[in-house]
Design a protein around this ligand. Structure first.
Ligand SMILES: [Zn+2]
Length: 424
C-alpha cells in the first residue's frame, strides 16, 4: 500500500479506516515521526518507540510532526487534560505525522498505555476543542475497556510467531464493530457527561469529515456500513443529551408542567433513556403521585442505566442523574414496603453523601453501613438482645447480635422484568 499524498487520498484513507479508530494500515504508518505532547514524561522517546508495532519513531528534536501550529498543540493538550481527568487515566500522548487523518490507542509497554493523534487530523479539527476531545475520548475508551491491551497482547504473540503476513494483517485489522461502538459510547460519556464538552462534538467532527469527502462518501458507505451507524448513534446521543440539558433547566426552575410534557416527548423518542425515566419519576413525585408508578419510573431508569440497548449503558453511566435515580428507587422501594430490596438496592448508590441521605429517608439509625465493602451480597439482618431490628453490611456487627440472617444477594428488577420495561 502506498502512502496517500494528496488531501483527497488522505481523506479517502481516513474514511476507509474510519477516524476515531485504530488505523487498519500498518504499512502506511511505518516510520511516522512522533513527538510526545502530554502524559507521563518519557525521557528517551527514541528507545521507547523502538519495536513499536506501528513502526512509529521519535521525531527529530525540535521538529514538530506535520508542522502543527503551537495553537493546535495547545488545543490538543487542553483536551487531553480534561479527558484524562474524566477518565482518571494518563496515557502517553503522541503527535505523529503519517499523512493520515487518524488517531489510535495502544501500549508502549505492558504498563504504559499511549494515544497517538495524527498531525493531519489535528490540523483538520484544531479549531474546535470539543471535536478534538471527542476523538481523544474514543481512544481513551479503547484503553479503559481493555480493547487496546487485548490487541497489544495479540500483537506480541503474533510478532513472536511465524504467522504469515495475511494472518498478521488479520490480527492487525481494526477493532470489531462491536468494540468501536462501545468505544464511541464510553468516549461520549467521557467527553460530554464528565468533561463537559458540547454534546454534538462527535457528530460535528464526523459531519465535517464526511462533507469534505464529497464523492468518496458513497464508496465509503458501501464498504463500511458500520460508519453510518456510528454517525447516527452520535446524533442520537447528542439529541438525548439536549433533552437532559432541558430537563435540568426545568428542574432548576421548578417548571413541573413543562417537565411532564418534555418527558412525554423524550420517552417517545428515547424509550431507553435512563435520564428520561429519572425525570419522569421526578415529575410524578412532584405531582404527588405515589406508589408503584413512581417506583416503576425509577426502576426503568436504572434498568436502562444498567443495560440500555439503544443509547447504550456505557454512554449513560457517568450521567449525574445515575446516582440520584438509584437513591430515588431505593427510597421508593422502602416506601412501598420492599425493605430488603431497598437495602440491597442502596449498595448501588456510589456517593457516600447520597447513601447517608438514603439512610435518613429510610431505615434511619437501623441501618449501619460499615467498611469499604458495599457489596449487596454482604448485607445482614439481625435482631438485638432488646429485640430491635438491625440491618448491616458488617457481619461482625450482625454476629454480635442475638440472631442474624443474610439477605438475598443482589438487587434485581423483580417486579418489573426487563421484557416489560417499555410498556408504560
Ligand atoms: Zn476505535
Amino acid at each position: 500500500m502506498t502512502r496517500p499524498a494528496a488531501p483527497l487520498r488522505a481523506l479517502r484513507h481516513l474514511l476507509a479506516g474510519a477516524v476515531l479508530t485504530l488505523t487498519a494500515s500498518y504499512a502506511t504508518a511505518a516510520g511516522s515521526p512522533c513527538m510526545q505532547v502530554a502524559g507521563p514524561p518519557i525521557p528517551d522517546l527514541r528507545s521507547a518507540l523502538v519495536g513499536a508495532q506501528r513502526g512509529i519513531v521519535a521525531a527529530e528534536p525540535g521538529s514538530v510532526p506535520g508542522k502543527v501550529s503551537p495553537a493546535g498543540i495547545q488545543t490538543l493538550r487542553t483536551a487531553y487534560a480534561r479527558i484524562s481527568q474524566a477518565a482518571k487515566l494518563s496515557p502517553v500522548l503522541l503527535l505523529c505525522d503519517s499523512k493520515q487523518l487518524n488517531a489510535f490507542a495502544g501500549y508502549l509497554r505492558a504498563d504504559l498505555p499511549a494515544v497517538a493523534f495524527e498531525a493531519q487530523l489535528l490540523t483538520f479539527l484544531q479549531d474546535n476543542e470539543g471535536e478534538v476531545a471527542s476523538v481523544l475520548g474514543h481512544e481513551f475508551a479503547h484503553i479503559l475497556l481493555g480493547h487496546a491491551l487485548q490487541r497489544a497482547r495479540a500483537e506480541a504473540i503474533l510478532s513472536r510467531s511465524d504467522a504469515s503476513p495475511e494472518q498478521k494483517q488479520l490480527a492487525f485489522s481494526r477493532f470489531s464493530r462491536e468494540k468501536e461502538s462501545r468505544a464511541d459510547e464510553k468516549g461520549f460519556s467521557l467527553a460530554v457527561s464528565l468533561a463537559g464538552y458540547p454534546a454534538d462534538s462527535q457528530q460535528n467532527a464526523v459531519g465535517k469529515l464526511l462533507r469534505e469527502s464529497g464523492t468518496t462518501h458513497a464508496t465509503y458507505l458501501d464498504s463500511h456500513p458500520g460508519w453510518l451507524e456510528r454517525k447516527n448513534k452520535a446524533t442520537h446521543l447528542s439529541s438525548n443529551q439536549h433533552y437532559i440539558a432541558q430537563a435540568r433547566q426545568l428542574g432548576r426552575t421548578q417548571n413541573m408542567r413543562a417537565l411532564g410534557e418534555l418527558t412525554q416527548t423524550w420517552l417517545q423518542a428515547f424509550p431507553d433513556s435512563g435520564a428520561g425515566w429519572y425525570y419522569r419519576g421526578i415529575y410524578l413525585i412532584r405531582q404527588n403521585k405515589n406508589g408503584s408508578g413512581v417506583t416503576k419510573a425509577f426502576e426503568t431508569a436504572v434498568n436502562n442505566y444498567l443495560g440500555s440497548t439503544d443509547l447504550g449503558a456505557l454512554a449513560q453511566e457517568d450521567e449525574a442523574e445515575v446516582d440520584y435515580a438509584w437513591l430515588q428507587l431505593c427510597s421508593a422501594l422502602f416506601a412501598e414496603g420492599y425493605r430488603e430490596e431497598s437495602l440491597n438496592c442502596h449498595g448501588r448508590i456510589r456517593s457516600a453523601a447520597l447513601r447517608e441521605d438514603f439512610a435518613r429517608r429510610t431505615f434511619d439509625s437501623h441501618v449501619i453501613v460499615a467498611g469499604d465493602r458495599q457489596n449487596r451480597s454482604d448485607i445482614w439482618l439481625a435482631r438485638s438482645a432488646s429485640g430491635s431490628k438491625l440491618i448491616t453490611n458488617d457481619e461482625s456487627i450482625a454476629a454480635s447480635n442475638k440472631q442474624y440472617a443474610k439477605l438475598p444477594p443482589t438487587w434485581t428488577a423483580m417486579r418489573f422484568p426487563a421484557a416489560n420495561m417499555q410498556d408504560k
